[in-house]
Design a protein around this ligand. Structure first.
Ligand SMILES: Cc1ncc(COP(=O)(O)O)c(C=O)c1O
Length: 390
């Protein structure tokens, strides 16, 4: 039996924009079903496998019955291992303050839930990772977009925050480095913004999912500046474990106990076998592999950027890390969505229109994920050059 009237769903469902990249994905699937060789540069996940040492540990964890709920904060050895990992970076982050989460996604949701009341606003850079507004809205908050530009590395500046922030803005959310740009917050600005949050009594959430995937000098965690904010981490990207759904949240002392209580209510715990397996991430084999992959990503970045520039794309600035380059294609097209759809159809190269990341940038931006080996990247670049110049 059907209800008489359609039952209204929550208003937050109406504000979820579609992912423009889904059109590219749809065409890619259609082409692949016809046997066309598609080069995927649209997906935000590394192409490297999870370390075999992690997989072996997961298998033995499952076989030895590690299939039940764990402590809601995460298993103690993993929290200790993360604390030791921070210590190896010169940071004192006690295991007590580390909450194991179901990926960075759950860490972001938990941090938003811990800091945001209905009606509160969260300051966030435009462009941003497209799921961030959903975490804020899920807990009844609103996003206050801060427009950014090439000059500020697409990161907010303290000057902009001082001008734009209102009393409704209770929290600042940063990503360091960010998706879609791969750009970190310059260290002087990071320090100023952390100070600004402290002096204006605002919460701060820093997403550091790409911190270990930095290419220039080792990128300091924001925890080197202060321990009074939330920091989100994940096994997804640096340890190539996207499907394992494992991350962590460093919780500031002032929010510790109630945030942990909320985590228990929302998630019970992160997958137990994945937590056991992740212990191997901090052993020599997996660390060596992760480091080799980081270097490989750097060399892919260095291979890609000059060639994209020669083709007429404007690269915002050299990405500090992650595996994305955000380019302005205004010298080539006035509509990057149409450009991406035609490019995939004509050449089999899949890239992401910038519209998925920004409310305010002109519709000429594109994100390219260098998540393919160098020979495939070169092949993609050749196909793109032919498409643009023919
Ligand atoms: C900036 C950023 N934060 C968080 C996430 C979510 O990561 P996880 O797989 O750990 O949930 C992503 C995934 O692409 C991301 O790019």
């Amino acid at each position: 039996m059907r209800p008489i009237d359609p039952r209204p769903l929550a208003e937050r469902l109406q504000s979820i924009p579609p992912f423009h990249v889904m059109e590219v994905v749809r065409i890619a699937e259609e082409l692949e079903s016809q046997g066309v060789d598609v080069i995927h540069l649209e997906v935000g996940e590394p192409d490297f496998p999870t370390s075999s040492s992690v997989i072996d540990r997961a298998c033995s964890a499952l076989q030895s019955g590690k299939t039940r709920y764990t402590d809601a904060r995460g298993i103690q050895p993993l929290r200790d291992a993360l604390s030791a990992w921070y210590r190896s970076q010169g940071l004192d982050v006690p295991a007590r303050r580390i909450q194991i989460t179901v990926g960075a996604s759950a860490g972001l949701l938990l941090a938003c839930a811990a800091t945001t009341n209905p009606g509160d606003a969260v300051l966030m850079a435009d462009p941003a990772y497209p799921c961030n507004p959903r975490f804020v809205e899920a807990v009844g908050g609103k996003v206050h977009w801060i427009k950014t530009d090439i000059a500020s590395q697409f990161q907010p500046t303290c000057d902009a925050l001082e001008i734009e922030a209102t009393v409704a803005d209770r929290t600042l959310m940063l990503a360091h480095p960010a998706n879609p740009t791969g750009q970190a917050v310059p260290s002087a600005e990071l320090e100023r913004m952390i100070q600004w949050c402290l002096t204006t009594n605002r919460h701060l959430i820093v997403d550091e999912i790409y911190q270990s995937l930095s290419f220039n000098d080792a990128l300091d965690s924001s925890l080197a500046i202060s321990d009074q904010h939330f920091v989100v981490g994940s096994f997804s990207k640096y340890f190539n474990m996207t499907g394992w759904r494992l991350g962590w949240l460093v919780i500031p002392e002032y929010a510790l106990e109630p945030t942990q209580r909320l985590a228990q209510h929302l998630f019970i715990c992160a997958p137990s076998f994945a937590q056991e397996a992740a212990l191997s991430c901090f052993e020599p084999q997996a660390l060596h592999e992760a480091e080799m992959h980081r270097r490989e990503l750097k060399s892919r970045r260095d291979l890609l950027i000059p060639r994209l520039e020669a083709m007429g794309f404007q690269v915002a600035a050299e990405p500090d890390g992650a595996f994305y380059v955000f380019v302005d294609a205004s010298g080539i097209t006035s509509d990057s969505q149409q450009f991406c759809a035609e490019l995939i159809r004509e050449t089999g190269v899949a890239i992401t229109p910038g519209l998925d990341f920004s409310e305010s940038l002109p519709p000429t931006w594109i994100r390219i994920a260098y998540t393919q080996p160098a020979d495939r990247l070169l092949e993609a670049l050749d196909r793109m050059a032919r498409f643009i110049h023919d």
